[in-house]
Design a protein around this ligand. Structure first.
Ligand code: V1P
Ligand code: CA
Ligand code: ZN
Length: 403
């Protein structure tokens, strides 16, 4: 029934922990782990698992998380009570109460972005476990492309939660890659700036980070990632010039984005000469995202994955943001097909036997048009002149980088 076969000469692996999908950030929170269920179901409807090594991953251990995150932060994450539970004050234990509030402030936990929900520590360690498993398969050459849609949580800091991210699975995976590869290129196509990953590798020239994002400080989260922010320029910092930022405005189209992505990443590849790629594929850069602002379609988003794959380097593909689940599932299923080289064989109409088929409006189109997604497309605020200046600046930065 399926015409999907294993790609010749290389191995793609799919790393997932289905227990992650059961967690909830809260009724009105935009992050819905259920989007991973929808993605997996679409991947299965097309028969793609036949062409990959499929791993059900274990949760990361405390020691594994500790490779990046601080002890006191991890301890707090592991013991903080869920918010809808009354704190333990029935035996007059007011100290545990105030210690809890202080911890929440110190670690940015418990607000609307990073709520303390039931099973939070399990959820975080499972996401970390997914991406670490992917990194290990790349390190020991068992996979050429390893996929971790449950990861991509790029805002988390060493001792701080931020923007729906508590554990930075990407940093953990890159630390693992650095044990076996000299240079890692990190690319981030989520609509938000990949600040946590950028900061973690600010002082090394073995990791170059490149983030494409909507940039409007004060108005749009997290507010960092300007064109001129290329890593601390202190005299003896080998990491100077190794952070590249591509700040964009509302409404960028597939055509503009693909051209920009290829000029930037093509040049970065020539100068930095990475040995492995870590690609964060946040799907909130798609048109119609609940939080995003761009006009990208499944094809344009996927073209970034295809371009990276053509560079012929080992690669980890992470998830990330994405707040309109049907569009997240479409993009990540399509990108899985690109990884296994069957993008030309899959039906642009989602199979009628697919579970959740009713979620894919527009007659089950895998590639809905902008008009189908948005009704009226969002105005494009990116001029060719500005995009030209961005490419120019990036090329100038890269003169400082040669490996
Ligand atoms: O804008 C903010 C903060 C809250 N204010 C104090 C500023 N937060 C954003 C966070 C976006 C996180 C994106 C994560 C990722 O990059 C990686 C997984 O995609 C935010 C937004 C917004 N529109 O930017 N939080 C929320 N919306 C939110 C809405 C409803 C309930 C809870 C949070
Ligand atoms: Ca980004
Ligand atoms: Zn995002």
């Amino acid at each position: 029934e399926y015409n999907i076969v294993r790609p010749k000469g290389y191995t793609v692996s799919y790393h997932a922990n289905p227990d992650m999908e059961k967690h909830h950030f809260g009724q009105t929170h935009p992050m819905k782990p259920w989007r991973l269920t929808l993605t997996k179901s679409l991947v299965c409807s097309y028969g793609m698992p036949f062409a990959m090594d499929n791993y059900v991953t274990r949760a990361a251990t405390y020691e594994e998380l500790n490779a990046f995150h601080a002890n006191d932060y991890l301890d707090y994450l592991g013991t903080a009570p869920a918010e809808d539970q009354p704190r333990d004050n029935d035996n007059n234990n007011t100290t545990s109460n105030s210690a809890g509030v202080q911890g929440e402030v110190r670690f940015n936990l418990g607000g609307s972005d990073c709520p303390l929900f039931h099973g939070l520590y399990d959820y975080c360690s499972m996401s970390g476990g997914c991406s670490l498993d992917a990194a290990r398969k790349i390190c020991n050459k068992q996979s050429d492309i390893a996929i971790s849609w449950g990861g991509g949580l790029h805002h988390a800091k060493k001792s701080e939660a931020s923007g729906f991210c508590y554990i930075n699975d990407i940093v953990l995976a890159i630390l693992q890659l650095l044990r076996c590869y000299p240079r890692v290129l990190y690319i981030d196509i989520d609509v938000h700036h990949g600040d946590g990953v950028e900061e973690a590798f600010f002082s090394t020239d073995r990791v170059m980070t490149v983030s494409f994002h909507k940039y409007a400080p004060e108005i749009f989260f997290p507010g960092t990632g300007g064109l001129e922010d290329n890593g601390p320029k202190s005299e003896h910092n080998p990491g100077a010039h190794h952070a590249i930022n591509v700040p964009l405005n509302d409404g960028i189209t597939d055509e503009q984005y693909e051209h920009l992505f290829q000029s930037v990443i093509g040049k970065v590849n020539e100068h930095f000469r990475p040995s492995v790629i870590a690609l964060q594929c946040g799907a909130d850069s798609l048109a119609g995202d609940r939080l995003g602002r761009f006009n990208l379609q499944v094809q344009g988003h996927g073209a970034c994955v295809a371009f990276c794959k053509k560079l012929g380097l080992p690669m980890i593909i992470f998830g990330g943001g994405g707040y309109t689940p049907r569009n997240v599932a479409r993009a990540w299923a399509y990108e899985t097909s690109i990884a296994i080289d069957c993008q030309d064989k899959i039906d642009p109409v989602i199979p009628t036997h697919a579970p959740w088929r009713e979620h894919f409006h527009h007659d089950g189109a895998l590639f809905p048009t902008l008009e189908q997604i948005l009704g009226e497309p969002r105005a494009n605020r990116n001029t060719q002149k500005r995009l030209g200046e961005i490419v120019q600046h990036v090329h100038e930065q890269l003169r400082f980088v040669s490996h």
